[in-house]
Structure formats: structure tokens, C-alpha cells
Design a protein around this ligand. Structure first.
Ligand code: KIV
Length: 277
């Protein structure tokens, strides 16, 4: 495909310009993200929260993820599309991970996959990379295992925890990841990790020194009202706009102002007469 971003392009951006990444889950939004020229679209398992209304990303599975991923890849002509591996697809049964990663590529036509840090993630990453599928790693706050991390908290706040994150980052690069998401880590630690790696780091709550940034699109568009993490900047506030439009529609339907002539169809009087006789 012409002008399609590749893994090589993402690697080449390190030290040159910041990598831009956003989540998207459906065709219309992914089309706009792609048209805006964003480098990478993540079909994130965050859809469990912001689209499906679930209370945990662990509650979404491969079948749901593939439906959303297919909608996004239909729209993405330019951006590299990242399929986010759901919890059950690699953490419950690491042996299954390569098969599931391949489903993102073969069935949903994603370009690459992403997986979160867990105790066997190095072996899983190596296996998927050896199968020819590029992998984005994810360390720091890892929502699929947040309960074990003591909740949704900033990670790496003391020297020991920070050292562990540096070691995880280096190990994931060695295992073959071509990019690494750093979620909710102190800005200066993210800068240290970024300096240590040859692959780009992509921050979400990781400060400005990461090689790139990612946000959940429903958060940055003001389309998710349940909670807003500190690292989210709202670039638009769509919820009140949608609410006002729906209220206006409801009022016009009840008052018979909609549909008006402009939104209705006609039949010739003579045809109507024929029909009535
Ligand atoms: O699922 C997701 O949206 C993510 C981002 C928070 C990086 O993993």
C-alpha cells in the first residue's frame, strides 16, 4: 500500500521526530485518525472500558478484539495498525500466544501486535517475533495485571522499582520488541529508559522525553466520562455536544418538527388519488 507506515519507519523516527499514536476502535474514528496522519493506531483492549462499559480490560477476549481490529484496518490506509493482545490470549496460556498473534495479522490484517509485561512475557515475545510478527512491549502500569501492582498507580517511584523497569525495558528490546509503551512512570525515569534503548519508547503518562506519545481516543475527545487519568489532556469535549444533539432530536420528534419537508419524500397527487380510489 502506498505511503503505508512500516516498522522500519517507526524505528527510523527515534531521535528525529516524535512518534504519534492514538487508539481507535471503529471505522469512522480510525478513518479520521488515519486522515490526520497519525503514525500508529492501537486497537487497544482499553475498548473493554471505553467502548464496552466493562470494568476491566481482562474481560475482553480475542473474538471481540478481532471485530474492532477489522473495522480499524479497513480504515487505515497510512497508519501502522497495532492489535492489542487481550489478557486471555497470551497470559493465561502462553503456548497459545503465537496462534493468537497470527489471528490479528491474518484475520484482522493488523500490522503488528502489542502485549503487556507479565512474568513470561519475554518467552512469549521471542516466540511471536520468531514467527515473523513485530511486537510492541508495554511496561510500567499494565492494566491487565494492575490488581497485582496495587491498583492503577504510578510505577517505578523508588530506586528499586525504577531499576526493575529499566531491566524489563532492556530485556524486551533484547527479546525483539521494536517499540515500547511506558505507562504511568515518572518523567525522569522514562527519559532514562528512552536514552538506554535503541527502539522508540511511547509514553502514556511518561512525560515529554519519550520518543512518542499515545492516548486513548475516547479520553482525549471527552467521550468517556467515568474517570479521567491525570495524564489525559482533553483536546475536545464531545460528550456535551452529543447530549445536546440527542436532546434536540428528542424534542423535535415529540413536537413533530422532525422530519420536515427537507427530510421527507413525496408522491405525485395523481398517484395518491389512484391509490385512494
Ligand atoms: O489498551 C490501550 O489502550 C493501551 C494504551 C493505554 C497504551 O494499552
Amino acid at each position: 500500500m502506498e505511503n503505508k507506515i512500516t516498522v522500519k519507519d517507526i524505528l527510523a523516527l527515534k531521535g528525529k521526530r516524535k512518534v504519534t499514536m492514538l487508539t481507535a476502535y471503529d471505522y469512522p474514528v480510525a478513518s479520521l485518525v488515519d486522515r490526520a496522519g497519525i503514525d500508529m493506531i492501537l486497537v487497544g483492549d482499553s475498548l473493554a472500558n471505553v467502548v464496552l462499559g466493562l470494568d476491566s480490560t481482562t474481560k475482553v477476549g480475542m473474538n471481540e478484539m478481532l471485530i474492532f481490529a477489522k473495522a480499524v484496518t479497513r480504515a487505515a490506509k497510512h497508519a501502522l495498525v497495532v492489535g492489542d493482545m487481550p489478557y486471555e490470549s497470551y497470559q493465561v496460556n502462553p503456548q497459545e500466544s503465537i496462534r493468537n498473534a497470527r489471528r490479528f495479522i491474518d484475520e484482522a490484517l493488523c500490522d503488528v501486535v502489542k502485549l503487556e509485561w507479565f512474568d513470561r512475557c519475554l518467552e512469549v515475545t521471542e516466540g511471536i517475533v520468531k514467527a515473523g510478527i513485530p511486537v510492541v512491549g508495554h511496561i510500567g502500569l499494565t492494566p491487565q495485571t494492575a490488581a497485582a501492582q496495587g491498583g492503577f498507580k504510578v510505577q517505578g517511584k523508588d530506586a528499586e522499582a525504577a531499576q526493575r523497569l529499566i531491566e524489563q525495558a532492556v530485556a524486551l528490546e533484547k527479546a525483539g520488541c521494536f517499540a515500547l509503551v511506558l505507562e504511568c512512570v515518572p518523567e525522569k525515569l522514562a527519559a532514562l529508559i528512552t536514552q538506554k534503548l535503541r527502539i522508540p519508547t511511547i509514553g502514556i503518562g511518561g512525560g515529554v522525553n519519550c520518543d512518542g506519545q499515545v492516548l486513548v481516543i475516547n479520553d482525549m475527545l471527552g467521550l468517556f466520562e467515568r474517570y479521567t487519568p491525570k495524564f489525559v489532556k482533553k483536546y475536545a469535549n464531545l460528550s456535551p455536544l452529543i447530549l445536546a444533539a440527542v436532546e434536540e432530536y428528542k424534542k423535535e420528534v415529540i413536537e413533530q418538527k422532525f422530519p420536515d419537508e427537507a427530510h421527507s419524500f413525496t408522491i405525485k397527487e395523481e398517484e395518491l388519488k389512484k391509490l385512494k380510489s
